[in-house]
Each structure stands twice: as C-alpha cells, then as structure tokens.
Design a protein around this ligand. Structure first.
Ligand code: SER
Length: 669
C-alpha cells in the first residue's frame, strides 16, 4: 500500500490518538535548560523530566512527530550522510510515550497493530530484537504476537539490565534510559545485508524502523543507574525509513519528499544525473540547516552555531562538486517550505531569515573555499604514498580557510585519504592554551569547591535575613574560620543574596555576626550546584560555622541592577520592533553599572536602526512604565500575547512580566 510521507505522519498520530494518547507538538531543535544535549535528537527529549518524575503532565500517554538533528553530540550521523541509504542530519521521529501508564505488553501490541493493521505490512517482513536478558519482551513477541523464534534476536550482553550496551538506549551520557526492543524491515534478498546480530547486519537489507525503549533508569554522571519512579515507554520510528518501506524503495533518498528535493536541487544546479551522491547530501543538509535556523540557531564559531556552519559548508562544497559557480543553497528554501510547511509552520514563517542567513554564509565561505581546496590539492600531491593529511595542514585549513575538520575529511575521503585527527587536536589545544592564558587566574568554583547544601533563597521578598553560617572557605579549601583581612567564602543556610545567573551579576552587601558585630563584605555571589556562595573579605573579626549572622544585600546596587534588567526587556522588545521578530536573546550581562545584550540577527544593524532602537527604549524609560508580574496558566498567558522566551520550556503555571503595552514576556515561575 503506497502512502506519502505526510499520510504516514498523519496516520501515526491519529492511531495513537485513538488509543488515548495526547497529540503533542514537536519541540524546538534547540533543547533549552538541558546542557547535556546539543540538539533535540529523539522524541523523548521534551519529556525527559516527565520520565524522571520531576514534572507532572495532565496526560500519561503522548504521541509526537518530532523534528530531530543528529549532528555533533552523542548521536552524530553527519559523516554518514551521502554514504548510506538511511542516515540524515535531520529527520522526523514518530513516537508514542507512556509515563508510568502502560509498559512492555501494550507498547509492543500498539506498534505491531500500527505496522500490520494500519500500514498493512506483511508480518513475515518484520524481524525483531530484544535485550539479551529480556525474557518478558521475548515472550510477548513470541507467544502473544506469534513471531517465530528465528525472527527474534537477542542482542546485548549477558549481564542483564541495567547495563549500557546494544539494545539498551540512552539519550546521552546521563538521563533516562532502558533496554529496548527494535523492529526491522526486510527489504528483500536482492539487497545486500543480514539480520541484526549477523556479520552482514550493516548492509541495507534489514533496516531498523522502530525502537521501543522500556525506560526504567536514570543514569547519573557517576555512571550509576537509579530506578525511575515509574516504568515508562519511549518509542521512536524514523519517518523517512518507514516511508521507504511504504513506497517500496530501498533508500530513504528515494521517498517522495527526497525525490522532490533532489529534483529541485538538480534543477537549480542544472545537473542531469539524479543519482549523484552530492545531490543527496545537499537535499539532506537543506533540511537540517533550514530547521535549525528556524529554531534560532545562526552560524557561528562555537557550539550549535558551529555545527550549523559545518553542515552549510559541507553542502556548499558538494554544490561545487556538482559544478555550482555561484551562491545556490538558499534557492532551495522556498521549495522545502512548500513541502514541509504544513506540518511545520515555523519553516514558512522564517523563510526570509533562512534564505538570508544561508546566502550570507555561502557568500562568505566561497571566498576562501577555492583557495583552501588549492592548498589541499598541493598537499595531497606532496604526500606521495602517505595517505594521512598532517594535523597542521588540517588546522591551517580550519583556521585560515574556514574548513571544518569533517569537511576536509569529506573532501579527501573518496581519494582514500584520512586526516590526522590527533595532530589537529594538538594544534587546537595549543591555540586554546594561548587563548586561556589571560583568564588563567579565575578559580573554577563549580569543579573545585566541595559544597552540597541547598541554600534557601529569600531575596525575592526581602533584602536582609537572619541566618546561620554553614561553612567557610579560603580559596577552595574548607576551613574552621576566616578572619580579619582574609579573602574567603561563606555559605549560609538561607540568603537574600541573588547569585549570578542568566547574565545578571551576583548581589553585593555585608554579612554581620549577631553577637559580636563582625563584618564580612560580600563582593560577589555565585551558585555552585544548589549552594549559594558569598565571596568577599572579612573586615572585622572571625567567621566560623554555626555563627548566627544577619545577611544584608546592598539595596542600591540591587535596585540599579534591577533597572538594567528591566532595560534588557525594553531593549529586546525594541529590537524586535525595529529588526523583526526573529531577534532572540542569546545572552546578557546585567550589573548595577551597565547592561550588555547579545542577540541573533542575520546582518549588521545599521546606524539608523540603532538610533531608532535607542529612541524607542529611551521613550519607554521616560514613560516610566509599571513593571507588572502576574502568575497564570500557560494557555491563558499565551492568549495575552506575551512573548515566549525563545525555545524555553514552560510549566503549566508561568509568570507574565509586562511593562505597559511595550514589552510582555513569559517567564518560568
Ligand atoms: N529514544 C529512542 C530512540 O531514539 C526511541 O525513540 O531510538
């Protein structure tokens, strides 16, 4: 039965909806508040806290079509794109989730019902794997579903869960995880490859289409597995892979959506051979790049922005291979938006921004691309029989010509060369060490200070507090006392001091002992885990653990800092009015003396625009708008038109912070 990609997506969500699942929208590709993750790489990411029992939703079953990127980070497929039939930097994952509701039995029956009952895939085309020691899943497949033993493969080790290995899925080095059972589709004997677990398993004959994870553990940084509060289910089926099955093709790149994108790319580049591998690379990359930009990532030299830059540059290079002589990549955006815009309206909304960003990045890169390629060719000629490109050459290409390492590897791969990654890393480290010298004197409290308490924060309502010294430190060492003229750190049981966070500086002030009037001057406040640390100097006396003290924030400094914080809201609103709604905050520094606001925009701000922003902000300051904070339900808050902070994940209750009609933002409680 032929089904289009869109029809499959729709049928999946409808099927699970009819089985009591809430249809939840795809979350952004940029996971906020989760430093363990570079990009959203699976449907379960947005539910991580629900699995961990930290967040409660109004439903216990959910289903999604989630946009995912697997480039950079733990699950990285970038290098495979163009070389296999089924790897992508961007793909859609269809999933159903149970949060302590159903478990193995229903999860397996649901998946089977959809594949064989809705998609009408013949049972004999499907093979499954289970975790080596998971007899329960084995028996459900074998006895209830009726899959013969020869098509159920046990994979993993004999150690038994919890133990991370094959068929044990984890989202990253930490987080929810558990044993899984996978469903494979057999594309037929005319394709090379063998069933899972066999020597030929890497071939394209047996393709994993659905992974059902029995979420049971939270893996913490120390490598320990802790039982989740409730056994749960997380499943993921790659839409492109199942579309290949339903369209009776053997490569994801032959499905409707990719055929269309590849044809468009070939048209733009005047290429007639539609099977050219570079066309596939470009068709894949235009999806990840467009979606990443729509989700607020812009090309840069670090983090997410650098992954985006790497993907764009790789696409540009493949365009050159196909004979492109001018900027071309951005020309595919409108076509992509037409193909996928119905399911992902954000793509349509940001078409203009995506086109401009891609165009600019390509223009910039082609200035150095040819010179870099020339250098590389000279080096190849000089290498003779040696098939390894030296680290210093790879580094020069990176540093001077803007060639990401994987791009260099991709350029030389077909000619049988590899790069000296270790040599490159060494050059990189040298450069980092040079850059770090200037900041070598900063103490990294987070990794060096051993504190573990939960300091209670009182500072929203009060600027002074009666409290008790919990511990004192000199440098990073816990000590019995800090005394007059000594620098030190004091940890208190409760504090009104705001710790540096989200760009706002930490409070300053004093800590006085109740009985003796000793004085500790606080020059900075920071957070280490859940502990607030007060950094400063003893002006008089001696501070010891157990001492009763009064902590007093410098109220003038706090007020000025608050004013600058408010000004960042006005600035953000003004920037969006003048430059457009794509402007998003990327960082800020707010103190009593000044503010800095970093934002994303795809071109330099003109002097006229700057003047207009300035005028707007100043007139709103003069208007002396009231800052109004209301706590309300998320849905109600959205109706007020409040601006959701970009990519932020909100709980059911939120704070709406507004300043007249000018700025209105949604904040977490
Ligand atoms: N999280 C699992 C995966 O990505 C199942 O969705 O494979």
């Amino acid at each position: 039965m032929y089904m289009t990609t869109s029809e499959i997506r729709k049928a999946f969500l409808e099927y699970f909806h009819s089985h009591g699942h809430e249809v939840v929208s795809s979350s952004s590709l940029v996971p906020h508040n989760d430093p363990t993750l570079l990009f959203t790489n699976a449907g379960m990411n947005q539910f991580k806290d629900v699995f961990l029992g930290k967040e409660l939703r109004s439903y216990t079953r959910a289903t999604t079509a989630q946009r995912c990127v697997r480039a950079g980070g733990k699950h990285n497929d970038l290098d495979n794109v163009g070389y296999t039939a089924r790897h992508h930097t961007f793909f859609e994952m269809l999933g159903n989730f149970s949060f302590g509701d159903y478990f193995k039995k229903d999860a397996i029956h649901f998946a089977w019902g959809f594949l064989t009952g809705v998609l009408m895939i013949p049972a004999e085309k499907l093979t499954v794997t289970v975790y080596q020691t998971d007899d329960e899943a084995y028996d459900i497949w074998n006895k209830e579903i009726g899959i013969p033993a020869e098509r159920i493969v046990r994979i993993g080790d004999n150690k038994g869960a919890p133990y991370a290995s094959d068929n044990f899925w984890q989202m990253g080095d930490t987080g929810p995880c558990g044993p899984c059972t996978e469903i494979f589709y057999d594309h037929g004997a005319d394709i090379w490859g063998g069933p899972p677990g066999s020597a030929e398993e890497d071939g394209d004959r047996f393709i994993e289409v659905w992974n059902i994870v029995f979420m049971q553990y939270n893996r913490t940084i120390d490598g320990e597995f802790h039982k989740l509060p409730r056994p749960s289910v997380d499943t993921g089926m790659g839409l492109e892979r199942i579309a290949a099955v339903m369209q009776n093709v053997h490569s994801n790149y032959e499905i409707d959506l990719f055929r269309d994108l590849i044809a468009k790319t070939a048209e733009v580049l005047s290429v007639s051979d539609l099977s050219n591998k570079s066309l596939r690379v470009i068709a894949d990359h235009i999806r990840s790049c467009s979606f990443l930009i729509a989700d607020g990532v812009l090309p840069s030299n670090e983090g997410r922005g650098y992954v985006l830059r790497r993907i764009i540059r790789r696409a540009v290079r493949h365009g050159r291979l196909l004979g492109a002589t001018e900027v071309f990549f951005y020309k595919l955006v409108k076509h992509l938006a037409a193909l996928m815009g119905e399911a992902y309206p954000e793509l349509v909304a940001h078409t203009d921004l995506i086109e401009k960003t891609l165009r600019k990045e390509e223009e910039q890169f082609i200035k150095t691309l040819d010179r870099g390629l020339n250098l590389l060719n000279e080096q190849l000629a000089a290498l003779g029989d040696n098939k390894t490109i030296p680290g210093n050459v790879v580094f020069k290409l990176y540093d001077t010509y803007g060639f990401p390492v994987d791009l260099t590897a991709d350029v030389v791969r077909d000619a049988g060369y590899v790069i000296d990654q270790a040599g490159f890393d060494e050059e990189m480290n040298k450069q980092r060490a040079r850059a770090k010298e200037a900041s070598a004197f900063d103490i990294d409290y987070n990794s060096q200070l051993k504190v573990q308490s939960n300091t209670e924060f009182l500072g929203y309502n009060s600027l002074t507090a009666d409290t008790v010294v919990e511990s004192v430190f000199k440098g990073v060492d816990a000590v019995d006392a800090v005394s007059t003229d000594e620098d030190g750190i004091i940890v208190l049981e409760k504090t009104p001091f705001y710790a540096e966070c989200g760009g706002q500086v930490g409070d300053t002030g004093v800590i006085r002992s109740v009985d003796d009037g000793f004085i500790f001057k606080v020059t900075d406040t920071k957070k280490v885990g859940n502990t607030t640390i007060h950094i400063g100097k003893v002006e008089l006396g001696s501070f010891v653990p157990g001492m009763k003290v009064v902590a007093e924030v410098d109220s003038m400094s706090r007020k000025l800092t608050c004013a600058h914080h408010s000004a960042t809201h006005l600035l953000q609103a003004a920037l969006r009015k003048v430059l457009g709604n794509h402007v998003n905050q990327k960082g800020s520094a707010v103190s009593s003396e000044r503010l800095r606001f970093d934002f994303s925009h795809n071109e330099p701000v003109t002097l006229e625009q700057l003047a207009e922003v300035e005028k707007l902000v100043n007139s709103e300051i003069v208007a002396n708008l009231c800052v109004d904070t209301k706590v309300m339900d998320l849905e109600e808050a959205k109706k007020t038109g409040a601006m959701a902070l970009f990519g932020e994940k909100y709980d059911q209750k939120v704070r709406v912070v507004s300043m007249g009609d000018f700025s209105c933002e949604l904040w977490k409680l």
